[in-house]
Design a binder for this molecule. Structure first.
Ligand SMILES: *[C@@H]1O[C@H](CO)[C@@H](O)[C@H](O)[C@H]1NC(C)=O
Ligand SMILES: *[C@@H]1O[C@H](CO)[C@@H](O)[C@H](O)[C@H]1NC(C)=O
Ligand SMILES: *[C@@H]1O[C@H](CO)[C@@H](O)[C@H](O)[C@H]1NC(C)=O
Length: 593
């Protein structure tokens, strides 16, 4: 249970959170005394009034309910304290003085005793005052079956947002109060949901429950059927995600589970799938959950939803759980533009709603993929720069072999000043290059030769150094082309140096590292510079080695070594592993030239 909060005072928390909605949506106003968020009147709303929809409930379910206020969605949201219904007076204020009442008002809550009583009483009072008002309580949860639920009936959980979305779109489209009310009932009757959570949540300001209390769900267990206020579900299970999803789908769809069979949904029905984050599940995990539910729905039940919507709609604070809902799309009989699906897809300017994919995109069912073969002919075009392939290979091999042999040493350095993978990374790259060069014909053209190495490094080396080497080699191909005047030319040290230098300039666009920063540049730059000025490979390799040696006394200013502590232990003794590995290779290369 996560018990740390940025804001511990629950009153301040609810007030400021509601107030924030007027900052992020300027069309909303806030009645802070009554904790009502409502849509500001506009010219349009005054000239062409519509049915107003008032909802609400305890706080702690954000974005529900106030953040669903906005054009195309809810008219006003009334908030209670955390997990407690607002009182009748608050709701009454919302109905009587914060919304347009000429076309009638639908007061709609989730099916919880406190909400039903307070919102229901306020609705009755509004009726008595002559306002055309209806009340409805949404129940979509099947987690607690009829037997256990007894008189309490179905609760409202995640799927309820679909009811609100659809009826609010109908109100926006000019539906009458009677139509809106009937549709709420129809949608809820075709909706099933079930939630699961790994933990109960901590309510800011409340005591932290004891470790052995019933409120603490053991580490290896998941509560199936968990409500949105820490209410227990039907049972606790030890299950993997696929096992859990199997249980949840059966609770929603199995016609033999008489206790829970609230809506009959089969593979012949068009359905909408909604996966709701209870507030604390990472987006990464939510994606995995959506994929699992979708897969099982398709494979085990033969159902492919016409819409799959995933998001954070109705939370239980930062609940470590989710709910799944399935809505069967039934004919509304309301005519064109007013099917459940069209109303669901209709735009809504509410902060809490996130279903950005529009009808045309769903309907296109376009499953084409982008498969352009990369136009490699240009990249692979040979140059007029010839090399002796056998000799080039033997020199390169000598360098790479020396780098491979240095792996234990480089690993040791990197274990002290880095994350320990530099040595094996360099070794893997070198081995793969040698393997690639040992098969097929060896090009006698410099560009083609380097081009044979580029993809190997790109595929087999990772991390920062892999990216740096890949950029460098690609830039080297370009650098070589710059040396190609169109007439045949035998490669020599100077020509290599010019190409290597041009590649170095290109690399500078992507890394700020320069000699002195304790990186591979401390070996690479002096090598290239010396080769360019002297044409002497042995001399160049020697200064590269000196550059690598010098890194021993440098402070890291870039790369992972910056975060490694204990500098006093290794300062003066341990060189930068990448610079060291490269200098080994350059020395090996020079010795064989
Ligand atoms: C809501 O709960 C009541 C009891 O509190 C129950 O009688 C009713 O059937 C429930 N409504 C729905 C839609 O399940
Ligand atoms: C999908 O889009 C591609 C590219 O525009 C088009 O060629 C193809 O016909 C489309 N497929 C369908 C099923 O619409
Ligand atoms: C230079 O290389 C290009 C591309 O391989 C080739 O078409 C051209 O004939 C070459 N020029 C000479 C002079 O060899």
């Amino acid at each position: 249970m996560q018990t740390k909060h940025f804001i511990n005072d629950p009153t301040h928390l609810v007030q400021t959170s509601l107030a924030s909605l007027t900052l992020t949506n300027p069309s909303l106003a806030f009645d802070s005394l009554n904790k009502v968020i409502y849509r500001r009147p506009t010219k349009e709303s005054q000239e062409n009034p519509k049915v107003s929809i008032i909802t609400g409930g305890g706080s702690g379910h954000e974005p529900a309910f106030a953040a669903f206020c906005g054009k195309g969605f809810v008219t006003a949201g009334v908030a209670g304290t955390i997990f407690a219904s607002p009182n009748t007076l608050q709701v009454q204020r919302a109905i009587m003085s914060r919304v347009e009442t000429r076309k009638g008002v639908l007061v709609i809550t989730f099916n919880y005793t406190g909400d039903v009583l307070n919102f229901g009483l306020a609705a009755e009072k509004a009726k008595a005052a002559g306002i055309d008002t209806e009340f409805y309580a949404i129940g979509d949860d099947v987690g607690v079956g009829r037997e256990k639920g007894g008189k309490v009936g179905r609760r409202g959980i995640g799927g309820s947002i679909l009811v609100l979305k659809i009826i609010c779109a109908l109100a926006e489209a000019g539906g009458s109060l009677k139509e809106v009310y009937n549709l709420a009932k129809q949608v809820a009757d075709n909706l099933v949901s079930v939630g699961s959570s790994m933990e109960h949540v901590h309510v800011p300001g409340r005591e932290i429950p004891a470790a052995d209390s019933e409120e603490m769900v053991p580490n290896d267990e998941i509560e199936v059927g968990m409500g949105i206020h820490n209410e227990p579900g039907s049972r606790r299970v030890t299950a993997t995600l696929p096992e859990l999803v199997k249980i949840m789908l059966a609770q929603m769809l199995d016609p033999n589970d008489k206790d829970r069979h609230f809506a009959h949904i089969t593979k012949d029905d068009k359905v909408v799938l909604l996966i709701n984050n209870l507030g604390g599940v990472s987006n990464l995990e939510m994606g995995g959950i959506v994929a699992e539910v979708y897969k099982q729905l398709k494979e085990d039940w033969g159902i492919t939803p016409v819409r799959a919507i995933s998001g954070t709609f109705i939370t239980s604070l930062n609940g470590m759980g989710f709910s799944a809902s399935i809505l069967k799309l039934e004919d509304t009989g309301l005519g064109p533009g007013k099917s459940m699906l069209e109303l669901l897809d209709a735009p809504a300017e509410a902060l809490g709603w996130s279903a950005p994919i529009n009808t045309e995109t769903w309907n296109a069912k376009n499953d084409s993929t982008m498969e352009h073969e990369a136009d490699s002919s240009r990249d692979l075009k040979a140059s007029n720069l010839s090399i002796d392939p056998k000799r080039t290979l033997s020199v390169l091999k000598a360098g790479l072999d020396k780098m491979i042999a240095a792996e234990p040493e480089v690993t040791r350095f990197d274990t002290i000043v880095g994350d320990g993978d530099c040595g094996t990374g360099l070794k893997r790259g070198a081995e793969e290059v040698l393997t690639a060069l040992s098969s097929g014909e060896l090009p006698s053209d410099a560009v083609s030769f380097v081009n044979k190495i580029v993809p190997v490094v790109e595929h087999h080396m990772d991390g920062t150094s892999g990216a740096l080497f890949s950029i460098y080699l690609n830039a080297l191909v370009h650098g070589l082309r710059e040396q190609d005047s169109g007439s045949t030319k035998q490669m020599d040290a100077k020509t290599w140096a010019a190409a290597l230098k041009s590649a170095l300039t290109a690399l500078g666009k992507y890394t700020p590292a320069v000699p002195g920063d304790r990186t591979v540049m401390d070996a690479l730059v002096p090598f290239v510079d010396t080769l360019a000025s002297t044409g002497d490979v042995k001399k160049a390799a020697q200064v590269a080695r000196e550059g690598a040696e010098k890194t021993k006394t440098m402070k890291a200013s870039l790369g992972r070594a910056v975060y490694v502590g204990g500098e006093s232990e290794w300062m003066g003794k341990i060189p930068d592993p990448g610079a060291w590995g490269l200098s080994e290779m350059l020395v090996g290369l020079a010795d064989a030239s």
